[in-house]
Write a protein that binds this ligand. Structure first.
Ligand SMILES: [Zn+2]
Length: 572
C-alpha cells in the first residue's frame, strides 16, 4: 500500500467523545469513523486489522473442528417466541416490521436461528457432535453506547454453537473451544485471564469469560494470587472471617443527631464500620425488600439478582422512599422492620455487638444481636469480594482488577434444545434432546482491547499477528534519487515475498512521517536516510520496543521473512 494513495485520514486532535486510548487512537490514526452513537465505519487500515483478527479466529475455529456458516442478522419473531426470549430480551434487541407487518429482530445472538437449522437437518446420533460458527455483524441497542468499539451498538462477533449427544460430549466441546480461545487471544498479542462467569440472558450452568486486563475495562474480576481461582466480581466468592461479637449485653438505643451515613455514625459512636448493619432497601418486582450487608461492604447486584431470581429490582429511588414512608431514609435498620423479605449477607450470621438504624429519626441501636434482636429471612452471598479477601478455594489473598471481556463460552445444556425440540435419535432409536454450548468472541471489541494493552502516548503498537501491515517503509526526503530507488526496491521485494507493507512515499518532512508512523503503529519500520547514503544501510526499528539495528537490504528481507513466517502475516 502506498501511503500517498491510501485512504488514511489522520487527525491532529482527538475526537471530543473519545474517553479511552483505543477510541482516541483508532479515530486519530484514520482506522475508524463514527456514523452514529455506537456505530462505526472501518477504513482501510481498520478493515485490515479486523480481517487479521478474523483470520486468527477462523484458523483456530477450523483447527478445533468447527465449520463456518453465514446466518441472517434479521430473524423472525416466531423463533424467538419459541425460546421465550422475544419477551425477555427487552429493548436491547432492535426490532422492526417488514412490509407485511411481520415482526423481526436484529440478532444480538443466534441461538434460536442455529437451533432451528440443526433441528430441521440433523436427526441421528451419527451426525453428532456438530459445531457451527459464523463471523458477522450483531446489533445490540445499548442504552449508553460509549468507549468506541468497547460498547458499540453494531459490532462484529464470532459466535459458535456446539451440539452433542450428552453432557460428556458437551463438556468435551466446551473444553476444545476454551483451548481454541486461549490460542486466539494469545496469538492476538493479549495477556488475558479466563474467569468463572454468570450466564445472564444466554442461560446455561457453566460459563467462562476471557478477560483482557485493562484499566478502562468495565468488568471487575477477582483472582487468587496462590491458586487458579478467578471469577467475575458478579460471581466471585470469598471466605468470610469470624463475625463480630459483642459482650452479650442488651440492645441500646442511642441518640445520633444529624448523623446518617455509616461514616458519620461510626465516627460518632467510635465503632468500626464493619460492626454496622447497612440495611439497603430494594424494590423487587414492585415489593420492598431489605438487604443487610456489613457497613464496610457493598451489595453486589449480580449476586443479588441470582439470589432474588429476577433482574427486575433496583435500589430505592426518591420516589420509592416517598411511596413507602414507613421506611425512614438514613435510619432504616433490621430490628422491628416490617418488610416481606429480608436477605442478609453470610457474614452477619451469628454476629453480635452490631449497630444499625433504629427506624426512628436521629436514633441508632447498638449491642444488636443477629438471632436475638432480628432474624433475616435468609442468608446469602450478596456482597462483592475485594482486594485481600480470602480465596474460597485455598484461603490465599484475592486480587481485584478491571478487565475487558473479549470472549465468553457457555455450557447451555438443554435450555434451547428442549424449548425448541432440537432432538436426535440415539443408537437404540430413542429420541433425545441435544446438549448445546455456545461460544462468542467480540472481534471488534478485541481490536480495541489489543490497543488498550499496546499503546503509548504517541500512538498504537500493533502486535505483528493482527497488524495492518508488517513493515512501514520510511524513506526520508523521498525526492532523493538513491533513497527513493531503494525504497521502491524494498517495497517491490516485500510484495514479492508476501510481506504486507506500507510505503510512505509522501513528500512530507521526516518529523511528519515519524509522527504518523508512531500513531499508526505498524510493528516494524525501515528507515532509509543518511546511513543509506553513506553505507547503503537501512535502519530497522521496532515500534513497541524502540529497538533499532542497521543492515543491508538482503539481510533486512530475510529477517522480515523469518518474522512473517512465524505469524503468517502475508499479503492476501
Ligand atoms: Zn486460591
Amino acid at each position: 500500500m502506498r501511503q500517498s494513495k491510501a485512504f488514511i485520514p489522520t487527525l491532529k486532535e482527538s475526537p471530543a467523545d473519545a474517553e479511552i486510548a483505543s477510541h482516541r487512537l483508532l479515530v486519530r490514526a484514520g482506522f475508524l469513523r463514527r456514523v452514529a452513537a455506537g456505530i462505526y465505519e472501518f477504513l482501510p487500515l481498520g478493515t485490515r486489522v479486523v480481517q487479521r483478527i478474523c483470520r486468527v479466529v477462523r484458523e483456530e475455529m477450523n483447527r478445533a473442528g468447527a465449520q463456518e456458516v453465514i446466518l441472517p442478522i434479521m430473524q423472525p419473531r416466531e423463533l424467538w417466541e419459541e425460546s421465550g426470549r422475544w419477551a425477555k430480551y427487552g429493548p436491547e434487541m432492535m426490532r422492526l416490521k417488514d412490509r407485511a407487518e411481520r415482526d423481526f429482530g436484529l440478532g444480538p445472538t443466534h441461538e434460536e436461528v442455529i437451533t432451528d437449522l440443526v433441528r430441521n437437518n440433523v436427526s441421528s446420533w451419527r451426525e453428532l457432535p456438530l459445531n457451527l460458527y459464523q463471523i458477522g455483524t450483531k446489533f445490540r441497542d445499548e442504552i449508553r453506547p460509549r468507549f468506541g468499539l468497547l460498547r458499540g451498538r453494531e459490532f462484529i462477533m464470532k459466535d459458535a454453537y456446539s451440539f452433542d449427544r450428552d453432557q460428556e460430549g458437551m463438556e468435551r466441546s466446551y473444553r476444545e473451544m476454551y483451548e481454541a480461545y486461549a490460542r486466539v487471544f494469545t496469538r492476538c498479542g493479549c495477556t488475558w485471564r479466563a474467569v468463572e462467569a454468570a450466564t445472564g440472558l444466554i442461560g446455561g450452568d457453566v460459563s467462562h469469560e476471557f478477560m483482557v486486563p485493562a484499566a478502562v475495562g468495565e468488568d471487575l474480576i477477582a483472582y487468587c494470587g496462590e491458586c487458579d481461582y478467578a471469577a467475575n466480581l458478579e460471581l466471585a466468592e470469598y471466605m468470610r472471617g469470624e463475625p463480630p461479637r459483642g459482650d452479650g449485653g442488651p440492645m441500646e438505643r442511642v441518640h445520633t443527631p444529624d448523623r446518617r451515613t455509616i461514616e458519620e455514625v461510626s465516627g460518632f459512636l467510635g465503632l468500626e464500620p464493619s460492626r454496622f448493619v447497612k440495611c439497603l432497601m430494594f424494590l423487587v418486582e414492585d415489593r420492598p425488600t431489605a438487604v443487610l450487608v456489613p457497613g464496610d461492604r457493598e451489595a453486589n447486584e449480580g449476586k443479588l439478582g441470582r439470589v432474588l431470581g429476577t433482574d427486575e429490582f433496583r435500589l430505592f429511588n426518591e420516589e420509592d422512599w416517598r411511596r413507602f414512608p414507613q421506611y425512614l431514609q438514613g435510619f432504616v435498620g433490621p430490628v422491628g422492620l416490617e418488610v416481606e423479605e429480608t436477605i442478609a449477607d453470610l457474614y452477619l450470621r451469628g454476629a453480635s455487638g452490631l449497630a444499625c438504624g433504629a427506624n426512628e429519626v436521629d436514633y441508632h441501636l447498638v449491642g444488636v444481636e443477629e438471632g436475638r434482636d432480628f432474624r433475616p429471612g435468609r442468608f446469602a452471598d450478596v456482597t462483592s469480594a475485594r482486594e485481600g479477601d480470602a480465596c474460597p478455594r485455598c484461603g490465599g489473598a484475592l486480587h481485584v482488577e478491571a478487565g475487558i471481556e473479549v470472549g465468553q463460552v457457555f455450557q447451555l445444556g438443554l435450555k434451547y434444545s428442549e424449548a425448541m425440540r432440537c432432538t436426535y435419535d440415539d443408537e437404540r432409536g430413542e429420541t433425545k434432546p441435544m446438549y448445546m454450548g455456545c461460544y462468542g468472541i467480540g472481534v471488534t471489541r478485541l481490536m480495541a482491547a489489543v490497543i488498550e494493552q499496546h499503546h503509548d502516548e504517541r500512538g498504537m503498537m500493533w502486535p505483528l499477528e493482527v497488524a495492518p501491515a508488517a513493515l512501514h517503509i520510511l524513506p526520508l526526503d523521498y525526492q532523493r534519487e538513491g533513497r527513493r530507488a531503494a525504497a521502491e526496491e524494498l517495497y517491490a521485494r516485500c510484495l514479492e515475498r508476501g510481506v504486507e507493507v506500507l510505503l510512505d512515499d509522501r513528500e512530507e518532512s521526516a518529523g511528519v512521517k515519524f509522527a504518523d508512523a508512531d500513531l499508526i503503529g505498524i510493528p516494524f519500520r525501515a528507515v532509509i536516510g543518511k546511513a543509506f547514503d553513506a553505507d547503503g544501510l537501512i535502519e530497522l526499528q521496532a515500534r513497541a520496543t524502540g529497538e533499532r539495528s542497521r543492515m543491508g537490504m538482503e539481510e533486512l528481507l530475510s529477517h522480515l521473512e523469518g518474522l512473517v513466517e512465524e505469524t503468517g502475516l502475508s499479503g492476501e
